[in-house]
Ligand binder design. Sequence first.
Ligand SMILES: O=c1ccn([C@H]2C[C@H](O)[C@@H](CO)O2)c(=O)[nH]1
Ligand SMILES: [Zn+2]
Length: 144
Amino acid sequence: MTPEQEEALVRRAWEVRERAYAPYSGFRVGAALLTGDGQIFTGCNVENAVYGATLCAERTAVGQAVAAGQRDLVAIAVVAATDALTTPCGICRQVLAEFGPRMAVVVDNGKERRRYGLDELLPDAFSRSHLEDAAGRQVSFTGP
Ligand SMILES: O=c1ccn([C@H]2C[C@H](O)[C@@H](CO)O2)c(=O)[nH]1
Ligand SMILES: [Zn+2]
């Protein structure tokens, strides 16, 4: 990821954060994903009256990318206006690892920015290779 791409990702994440639907927590999060071919897909958190049905910003962004046919994710920016930098939750780390196990994770709170590798946030992640090992064959999936 170039410095220009990182700036664009962080800017797009702040922009989409404006659309966060967070009436229950008041905690607004924006995310922007970079694909291998240089496209950007964004997402915000979408809360629900059934709290557990809430979608994080990172996962709504993954849904946007995959629905557009993009499965090669190389970086994500996650932004929230908190003193402590907001890093992706455990569920999102797992979902991100499906499409970019070595992706860069950039977190920004408007004052401070930090970069991680997803493999450092989720070491020894469970993946399809474990299913293949167990089945003794390739795991089949539909789609191209
Ligand atoms: O990395 C994170 C952490 C939290 N949230 C959302 C989920 C919920 O709407 C609110 C409080 O957890 O913030 C995200 O979208 N991404
Ligand atoms: Zn999450």
